[in-house]
Design a protein around this ligand. Structure first.
Ligand SMILES: *Cc1c(COP(=O)(O)O)cnc(C)c1O
Length: 350
């Protein structure tokens, strides 16, 4: 199959006219990896069919590219010459790449010191104007919302409806990859709640079955779980370090309509699942991306989800190389040896 990105592939399901020029980096078409060893670990002898949707393999390393192809395509169509977003990092990198490809100016606001190194590196490399603010993601979002009302600049955060149009294609792909059926459980991290909203839109529109949605939030940053805005959100999973989600109401609707569950998991739970993904299945993700699996594991352990003969898909939202500092910080340092065969043999057989 000749894959030219999610708009081309699912054009009949998207509100773009046929002749509209598309800004794409051939995003989407990410692998759905069957994880049998992991399934046996988290649900022994339950015949759980566990799949990992590896969104870290998108062009800029996160699922944000699905929405950004749509948002930037529409911005160009409307004659924009600049776009702006607030970001914990992945939206910034994605906006920067697609803006570069479209020849648009791109401004990104990031919380000072709280953006993972790979995300900053990419945003700078793509030529975005990176503005570090002395505040949270939520503060930045408020600023860009207001500036987009005052100035001729297009906002490309997920409050932009085109972002969700693009992101919903993730649901279509999962159904197609599973052979035409939705899974029983769809597990994912929830930050600003754009993705949970988009996936639910997608499953409903595709009309090939609806999963129950399991959303995971980090315990130090769990406004939807507690029902309270978090003024100082904290978590190692910086991509979901958000205290006042823009799509809060829609997330609650998705949870309600799908008979779903939203739960909080600790940073230790997140890191344990992050380790399992890499060490059991060879899939390296950034910490936030392990939150869906952590939530599934927790709900199985607590008896709230019966995994027997069920199909579950965990959305792995971003690549591990986005956050190399956490990866190196979690591991013991490499062994050092003299550069001799004797030393290596002694090490190997010790
Ligand atoms: C953006 C992002 C999330 C959260 O998605 P929302 O749509 O904000 O809920 C989770 N993980 C990663 C890696 C992300 O980049």
């Amino acid at each position: 199959m000749n894959w030219n990105g999610v708009i081309h592939q699912y054009r009949h399901y998207l509100p773009f006219p046929d002749n509209m020029p598309i800004i794409s980096l051939n995003e989407g078409n990410t692998p759905l990896i069957k994880a049998d060893r992991l399934a046996e670990l988290i649900a022994p002898q339950a015949n759980l069919q566990l799949y990992l949707k590896y969104e870290g393999l998108n062009p800029t390393g996160s699922f944000k590219d699905r929405g950004m192809t749509a948002a930037i395509t529409q911005a160009v169509h409307e004659g924009a010459d600049a776009v702006i977003c607030a970001s914990t990092g992945n939206t910034a990198a994605s906006a920067a790449a697609y803006a570069a490809r479209a020849g648009l100016r791109c401004l990104v606001l990031v919380p000072e010191g709280k953006i993972a190194r790979g995300k900053l590196a990419a945003s700078l490399a793509y030529g975005a104007e990176v503005i570090s603010i002395d505040g949270s993601f939520d503060d930045g979002l408020e600023m860009v919302r207001q500036i987009a009302e005052r100035q001729p600049i297009v906002l490309v955060n997920s409050i932009n409806p085109w972002r969700l149009e693009g992101q919903k294609t993730g649901a279509f792909e999962i159904v197609d990859q599973l052979g035409g059926d939705a899974p029983d459980w769809h597990c994912l991290p929830v930050g600003n709640a754009g993705n949970i909203t988009a996936y639910w839109m997608g499953y409903k529109q595709y009309g090939k079955g609806r999963p129950r949605i399991l959303g995971g939030q980090a315990a130090g940053s769990a406004p939807i779980v507690t029902g309270q805005v978090v003024t100082k959100p904290e978590t190692i999973a910086t991509a979901i370090r958000i205290g006042n989600p823009a799509r809060w109401r829609q997330a609650l609707e998705a949870l309600d309509e799908s008979n779903g569950i939203i739960t909080a998991v600790t940073d230790d739970d997140i890191l344990a699942s992050w380790n399992l993904l890499a060490k059991t299945e060879g899939v390296f993700v950034e910490p936030a991306s392990a939150t869906g699996l952590a939530a599934l594991k927790q709900q199985i352990e607590q008896g709230s989800i019966d995994p027997t003969n069920k199909t579950a898909v965990c959305i792995l939202t971003g690549h591990g190389l986005k956050d190399p500092d956490t990866a190196v910080g979690q591991a013991s340092p490499p062994h050092t040896l003299p550069a001799t065969i004797e030393a290596l043999e002694a090490y190997l057989t010790q």
